[in-house]
Design a protein around this ligand. Structure first.
Ligand code: HEM
Length: 504
């Protein structure tokens, strides 16, 4: 987990002194109260589980340990900081939902002003508020698929343009013009920042926060360098769209709806009327930026993972297309009005989030006070990982969990397995993803357009043999799929007619 411990000797000496403190803290934690901690593998004297938890794919090791210790809740201690891993939906509900107030915090890397951003964002992305963004999502899906018709090789960038285009329009009112638009590169840079930083709250910087003040030559930690480079990319995705749209919004010339416009206008109206403002302009910018950062890469990655599985499982693709054609007659593009008539496509999307949770360990929460769960102590200030990989692949709930099978959700009274829709890919409790309704609507409209228009196939080698696409994910706050080769071809000549008269 913490393999990048590559630091100057000066830091090592200071670290030694720190370790003494850690040892005292660890011993104190062990002696705390009469209640046992949740089970887990043995750690080392000072480092705890620092070297025990693997750097890559820790979620899989946590699943193994859960079985070994026959427990859905595990305890670790890294450099004196308690870590709790939750491996089942039941425990996640019991702690993160039912006792949400105690588990609503984040480890130190989240700023306090985010609480206010969350409150404001939450109101903007309820299921009914999301309906007002459908026009934007539909227009961007049409535009992206029309461009894929012209340039199928570039489907991946065009899918990214769709997802970034939607969140940039909703956040700031910025319209991404084409795939070479500089905003695309900004979104890619921000994706790299959030998608490659290593296991969240699992790097040396998270346990020695003071290291982040050291110059690069002194602390040669890869995650630290990554965090520093990322800061610029993330800031840019706030500053540039804000600067580009502010003059229009200020002068009342902005056309479409956007989060920024709504709150900017409200802010100055309050100023005029002498009323207090809850948010500063910097808060409005921060919240609008959060929409672009949190919503672009995640939606795009879900689409790419869905495409990949539809290529690997051609029978699922065939069924999804048959459902779409039955609703549209194969004569038009699907709309949001068709969504409830396409339960199979909905299951395909849910199955995508189940098979590959993009944040396999969730985004870590932190506990505020000591808590007791089934006779076990969960210490105050623990880092809490909700292991979405464990929950979505729990064999007690899902049959053959590694198989992509949207039919698993078909209710029993309709002849299906009646397995529950996945919980975990969007997190839990008071920090649950507030963009989930928007994200699922975006994936629906994009995939419905894509499947109405194209066949998604593996590429072939020179002998005509199919080469199945390769599947790999980066490791970060939200992972993203690595590039894979595939072939996207129009289903027939008629589909081109779907895109005539499109307003660009
Ligand atoms: C398929 C796409 C998406 C996935 C898989 C996803 C996943 C997640 C996860 C796992 C969390 C952490 C939840 C927790 O801590 O328990 C989260 C938080 C968040 N998501 Fe999403 N998300 C997606 C799309 C979006 C979109 C489109 C938006 C934009 C509106 C968004 C905005 C946020 C925000 C602002 C947070 C932070 C919430 C907080 O800390 O209070 N997400 N998301």
């Amino acid at each position: 987990m913490f393999s990048s411990f590559n630091i100057h000797p000066f830091v090592l000496v200071s670290t030694f002194l720190l370790l003494i403190g850690i040892l005292i803290r660890s011993l104190k934690a062990k002696r705390r109260g009469a209640y046992p901690l949740p089970p887990g593998p043995p750690g080392e004297l000072i480092l705890g589980h620092f070297r025990v938890i693997p750097a890559l794919g820790p979620e899989h090791k946590y699943i193994e340990w859960g079985m070994q210790y026959d427990s859905d809740i595990l305890y670790f201690n890294v450099l004196g900081r308690p870590i709790i891993v939750i491996n089942s939906v039941k425990v996640a509900h019991d702690l993160l939902d039912k006792r949400g107030a105690n588990y609503a915090s984040r480890p130190r890397f989240w700023g306090p002003q985010f609480k206010l951003h969350r409150k404001i964002l939450q109101q903007s992305f309820t299921p009914s508020a999301c309906k007002s963004y459908r026009g934007i999502q539909q227009e961007e899906a049409r535009r992206a698929c029309r461009q894929i018709l012209e340039d199928p090789e570039d489907w991946e960038t065009l899918a990214r343009r769709f997802s970034s285009g939607v969140v940039m329009r909703i956040g700031f009112g910025v319209k991404i013009k084409d795939k070479d638009d500089p905003y695309i590169q900004m979104a890619v840079d921000a994706d790299t920042a959030t998608g490659n930083g290593g296991t969240p709250a699992g790097t040396i910087v998270d346990f020695f926060p003071l290291i982040r003040h050291l110059p690069n030559w002194l602390a040669r930690s890869a995650p630290l360098r990554h965090a520093r480079n990322s800061k610029f990319a993330i800031q840019r995705l706030h500053d540039e769209p804000w600067a580009a749209t502010e003059p229009e919004v200020k002068s009342g010339q902005a056309k479409g709806p956007s989060f920024m416009r709504t709150h900017y206008e409200r802010y100055f109206k309050n100023v005029e009327e002498g009323k207090a403002n809850e948010m500063t302009l910097a808060d409005i910018k921060g919240a609008a930026g959060a929409i672009s950062i949190a919503g672009g890469n995640t939606t795009w990655s879900t689409i790419v993972v869905c495409i990949l599985h539809l290529i690997l499982y051609p029978e699922v693709q065939r069924k999804a297309k048959a459902e779409i054609d039955a609703v549209t007659g194969g004569d038009r593009l699907p709309t949001f009005g068709d969504r409830e008539k396409m339960p199979y496509l909905e299951y395909v999307i849910e199955e995508t989030t189940r098979c590959v949770p993009l944040s396999p360990l969730g985004v870590p929460h932190a506990s505020l006070e000591d808590d007791l769960y089934e006779g076990m102590l969960i210490p105050k200030n623990s880092i809490i990982y909700a292991n979405a990989q464990a929950m979505t692949h729990d064999e007690r709930i899902y049959s053959n969990p590694d198989v992509f099978n949207p039919d698993r959700y078909v209710p029993k009274d309709q002849g299906g397995l009646g397995e529950p829709l996945p919980e975990g890919p969007f997190g839990f409790g008071r920090r649950v993803c507030l963009g989930r309704h928007l994200a699922l609507a975006g994936v629906y409209i994009f995939m419905a357009h894509l499947l109405a228009t194209f066949d998604l196939k593996p590429i072939k080698d020179s002998d005509g043999n199919e080469i199945p696409p390769r599947f790999e994910l980066t490791v970060g706050l939200s992972s993203k799929p690595e590039h894979f080769e595939c072939s996207i071809v129009p289903r027939n000549d008629k589909v081109k007619g779907f895109y005539k008269d499109q307003d660009e």
